[in-house]
Design a protein around this ligand. Sequence first.
Ligand SMILES: Cc1cc2nc3c(=O)[nH]c(=O)nc-3n(C[C@H](O)[C@H](O)[C@H](O)COP(=O)(O)OP(=O)(O)OC[C@H]3O[C@@H](n4cnc5c(N)ncnc54)[C@H](O)[C@@H]3O)c2cc1C
Length: 324
Amino acid sequence: MVIDENKPNTASKVASGIINPVTGRRIVKTWMIDDLLPFVWKEYNALGNKLGIIAIEQKTIVDFFPTPQMKLAFEKRFNEDPQYLSLAKDPDQWRSIFQYDFDFGEITPSYLINLAEIIPSWRKNLIGKQQLLEEAFDFNLLTVENDIVRYKNISASKIIFCDGINSSDNPWFSSLPFAFNKGEAVWVEIDGLGTDHIFKKGFSLVPWKDNIFWLGSSYLWEFTDDKPTSGFRQFAEHWLRLSIKLPFKVIDHRASLRPATLERRPFVGFHPLNNNIGILNGMGTKGCSLAPFFAFQMKEYLLNSVPIMPEADLQRFKKVLSKF
Ligand SMILES: Cc1cc2nc3c(=O)[nH]c(=O)nc-3n(C[C@H](O)[C@H](O)[C@H](O)COP(=O)(O)OP(=O)(O)OC[C@H]3O[C@@H](n4cnc5c(N)ncnc54)[C@H](O)[C@@H]3O)c2cc1C
């Protein structure tokens, strides 16, 4: 049974859905990426088949170098480990469409998760099976007795909170070291760009649907609210005018808070004082790859007693959570 109030502008509804195998200025491999890529490819394809949609697609990231130093860093990394990197065969390939000064490299495979279709299709699927209670969760109505969790007329052996940034208000988990991070994006209509590539030039320009592209995003550790700002909008339009030689039209602008954590690792597992109450959260900037992987670990733990990976297991916060 899923209890979800269908909040607008949750992180999953504002995210672009990229799974990028490399990260940072030194272009190092993303945490666990060699295991994550084959896992998510299989799982999202199975989900897509079940829902009758395309849930995952392979894309090439075109990484325009912002400075000559970044070009050198990419080439150095390519020489050390070319697994996910390639150098441009024709450095002028994108000149008729993009304005760029220092060539580009390619990152492949990267995956794009079709969040725009997965989220509503999965909701429809749950409604069809009468497994969705669409309302705000009220902690006052949750009781646990003799290993049975009760909420309104629902009785279960476990409850698992996957409530994103709202876990910081959750009496069981509010002491976990969350470190929310604000991100904004705009949606832009651009004809003639094609949908096989994700373009990265500071911002990422990501195929969304037909001729609509997602452009983002910001990463703010300090913010006063989760609302879109005129500053970001102006910056995004400036980026478009400077970077793209095709006509464009901004059609939407949204913001959200990422459920990031201080030590950049997720929170997965059960409360040390009550193993009927669990959490799957703290996915930060990588929910598309980490969420399915750790949901599977949670399932394996529950059904087959397979331990959860220590870096993600909630037991590492045993001390702080035991003060509950
Ligand atoms: C601008 C931006 C770009 C991003 N880009 C990417 C990307 O390209 N790739 C990537 O992997 N990740 C990306 N992320 C990060 C990604 O979005 C998150 O890691 C992921 O969406 C977190 O998912 P979640 O289910 O934990 O939380 P959420 O998406 O916030 O979902 C929480 C759910 O809980 C429900 N809920 C919360 N409180 C209650 C309550 N009290 N009662 C009932 N229901 C409740 C909400 O309705 C919602 O459905 C991006 C994030 C942002 C903001």
